[in-house]
Design a binder for this molecule. Structure first.
Ligand code: PLP
Length: 503
C-alpha cells in the first residue's frame, strides 16, 4: 500500500513556506546557514573582483545549470550547482580593487535587511498591505527631506533608482507647468496643444536618463537642450541664461532645468545657487539629480559642496550609489507636497478616494509603481546600526583615497589626469601614448586586459571622443596602497601592450 501521508504534496510544500512552529523555524535557520556558507566560501577563496572569464565561457558554464527540473532538488545541491557559474562568475563589488562604476559594496545591515524585506514581503502601495512599513517609509523619507534642508511640507517616495526619480522629476515638472500655464491637466487630457514647444535644459554631461525620460513622457529627445560645461565640467549659468532667452524669443517654453549634483564621470556639481536664483526669477522648475552627490549629505567634511540643494523643486537621491545599499534603493523628493497629487490615480480596490477622507496613507498615490519593495527598511537598519557619523566618515574616506589617486597619477609622467582635483570620488585619466599606438586604442586595451585578468576592475569613458580610464572609489576599505598597486598594474599592462604590438 502506498504511504500517502509521508509524500503528500501538502507536507512537501509546507517546507517551502515560513510558518509557526519549531520545525519551520529550524528549517529556515538551516537553509539560511547554507546560503551563508556558500557566500562566505566564495568570498574567502576569491582574492580578486572577477574570475576573468569571457562572456562566452560564462554562458557555456551557465548552460549546464539553467535546466529546470520537474521535481524538487535540495537547496544544498542547487547552491553547489550555481556556486561556480553564478556566484563565482559575478563581479565582486566588495573587493577593494573593484573601482569601475557607481556600483557600491553593500554594507551588512543593508544586506541583512534584504532578508527581512523578502520574508515580510510588504507591498508599499496601500496601507492595508504594509501597515507599519508605510510609516517607516514615511518617516525615513521625512528624515531625508530634513537632511536636504527642505521646508516642512516637502514630500518624497522610495524609487527603484535615479532613472525612475529623474523620470518622476521630468513628469511632475511638466504637469505642474501645464496646470499653471494653461490650467491643463495632462493626467486627464493628455498632452496639451503646444506640448512640442516644451523644453528641458541640462548639462551636456547630465545622466542619459534625463533624455530618456523626456523622450518617454512624449516630448521627444528634441526637447532636451544640452548646455555646455566649463573646464570644471559644470553647467555654465551664463550659457543657461542665453539659451533660455533665445528659446523664449523663438516662442519655446523651457519648463525645467536639470542640475546635476555629481556627474557620473567627473562628479562635478553644477552651480546650484546661481541656477536656483535664475529659476526663481523665471519661474522655471529646478530638478537636481543628486543620485551620486547625495552621498555627501552625511559627510562632515564635504557636505558644504551641496549648499543650496534645498533651493531645488525636486531632487533625485540614490542609496545604492554612494550610500552603500544593495540594489535597488533610490528616492525622489519634492519641495511642495501638493505636486505629488499629479501622480495620483485611484483604483477602487486599492486606494479609493474615501481612504483619503479617512486619513489613510496609501503610498501608491505618490509612486509610478504599484506593488513596491520595502526598501526603506534597508536605510533604517543601516542608519540605526551604523549611525550617521560613521557613514559620513566612510564617504569622506573614499574622497581622500580618490584625491590620493589623482595626485599619484599626476606624479607619474605616463599619465594625464583630466580632473586632478576630484570634486567627488571619481578620477578620469589617460595613459599617454608612446610610439605609434594611439592613446584611445591603448587605453581601451588596457581596460579590457585588466578586466579579463580580473585583479583590478576599472572603467573606461570617452573624453573629447577618446577613450580614457576611470576610477570610481566607493569602498572605504580601498586604501592608498590598493590604488598604487592598481596604477602599477595599469603601467605594466600598458608596457605589455606596447611591447607586444609595436616592438
Ligand atoms: C546612476 C545615475 C543615475 C541613474 O540612476 P539608477 O539608479 O542607475 O537608475 C542618474 N543620475 C546620475 C547622476 C547617476 O550617476
Amino acid at each position: 500500500m502506498v504511504n500517502t501521508t509521508e509524500k503528500s504534496p501538502v507536507s512537501l510544500y509546507d517546507s517551502f513556506f515560513l510558518h509557526q512552529g519549531e520545525e519551520s523555524v529550524q528549517h529556515f535557520r538551516n537553509q539560511v546557514e547554507l546560503v551563508i556558507n556558500t557566500i562566505s566560501d566564495a568570498f574567502q577563496d576569491s582574492d580578486r573582483p572577477f574570475k576573468g572569464r569571457t562572456a562566452q565561457e560564462i554562458q557555456q558554464q551557465l548552460h549546464d545549470v539553467l535546466n529546470v527540473p520537474e521535481d524538487p532538488q535540495s537547496l544544498h545541491e542547487v547552491l553547489r550547482e550555481i556556486e561556480e557559474p553564478v556566484i563565482r562568475n559575478s563581479l565582486h563589488v566588495s573587493n577593494e580593487r573593484s573601482m569601475a562604476h557607481l556600483h557600491c559594496p553593500p554594507v551588512l545591515p543593508g544586506v541583512l535587511a534584504e532578508l527581512i524585506i523578502g520574508a515580510l514581503n510588504q507591498s508599499m502601495d496601500s496601507w492595508d498591505q504594509s501597515p507599519s512599513a508605510t510609516y517607516v517609509e514615511k518617516e525615513i523619507t521625512r528624515y531625508w527631506t530634513q537632511l536636504v534642508s527642505f521646508p516642512e511640507g516637502a514630500d518624497g517616495v522610495f524609487t527603484s533608482g535615479g532613472t525612475q526619480s529623474n523620470y518622476m522629476g521630468m513628469l511632475l515638472a511638466r504637469d505642474a507647468f501645464c496646470l499653471s500655464e494653461w490650467n491643463h491637466s495632462v493626467q486627464i487630457k493628455g498632452l496639451p496643444k503646444h506640448f512640442h514647444k516644451l523644453r528641458v535644459l541640462c548639462s551636456e554631461e547630465a545622466h542619459f536618463s534625463v533624455k530618456k525620460s523626456v523622450s518617454q513622457i512624449g516630448l521627444g529627445e528634441q526637447a532636451v537642450i544640452p548646455i555646455s560645461v566649463d573646464e570644471g565640467h559644470r553647467m555654465d549659468p551664463m550659457e543657461v541664461r542665453h539659451v533660455v532667452e533665445r528659446l523664449e524669443q523663438e516662442g519655446l517654453l523651457p519648463y525645467v532645468i536639470v542640475a546635476t549634483c555629481g556627474t557620473t564621470d567627473y562628479g562635478s556639481i553644477d552651480p546650484l545657487d546661481e541656477l536656483a536664483e535664475f529659476c526663481k526669477e523665471k519661474g522655471i522648475w529646478l530638478h537636481v539629480d543628486a543620485a551620486y552627490g547625495a552621498g555627501l549629505l552625511l559627510s562632515q567634511e564635504h557636505c558644504h559642496k551641496l549648499a543650496s540643494l534645498e533651493r531645488a523643486d525636486s531632487v533625485t537621491l540614490d542609496f545604492h550609489k554612494w550610500m552603500f545599499q544593495p540594489i535597488s534603493c533610490g528616492m525622489f523628493l519634492v519641495k511642495e507636497r501638493k505636486h505629488m497629487r499629479l501622480f495620483a490615480h485611484h483604483a477602487d480596490y486599492l486606494n479609493p478616494l474615501e481612504d483619503e477622507d479617512d486619513g489613510i496613507l496609501n503610498l501608491v498615490n505618490k509612486s509610478v509603481q504599484t506593488t513596491r519593495r520595502f526598501d526603506a527598511l534597508k536605510v533604517l537598519l543601516t542608519l540605526k546600526v551604523m549611525g550617521t557619523r560613521l557613514l559620513g566618515q566612510m564617504v569622506d574616506r573614499t574622497m581622500e583615497v580618490a584625491q590620493f589617486a589623482a595626485s599619484e597619477l599626476n606624479k607619474r609622467p605616463a599619465f594625464y589626469v583630466e580632473n586632478s582635483s576630484p570634486e567627488l570620488s571619481t578620477v578620469v585619466f589617460q595613459y599617454q601614448s608612446e610610439g605609434s599606438c594611439p592613446a584611445g586604442e591603448l587605453n581601451r586595451k588596457i581596460q579590457q586586459m585588466l578586466f579579463h585578468k580580473g585583479e583590478t576592475i576599472i572603467a573606461k569613458t570617452s573624453v573629447r571622443g577618446e577613450t580614457f580610464l576611470k576610477f570610481t572609489i566607493l569602498n572605504p576599505r580601498t586604501s592608498e596602497q590598493d590604488v598604487s598597486v592598481v596604477i602599477d598594474e595599469i603601467e605594466a599592462t600598458a608596457k605589455q601592450i606596447i611591447g607586444g604590438t609595436y616592438h
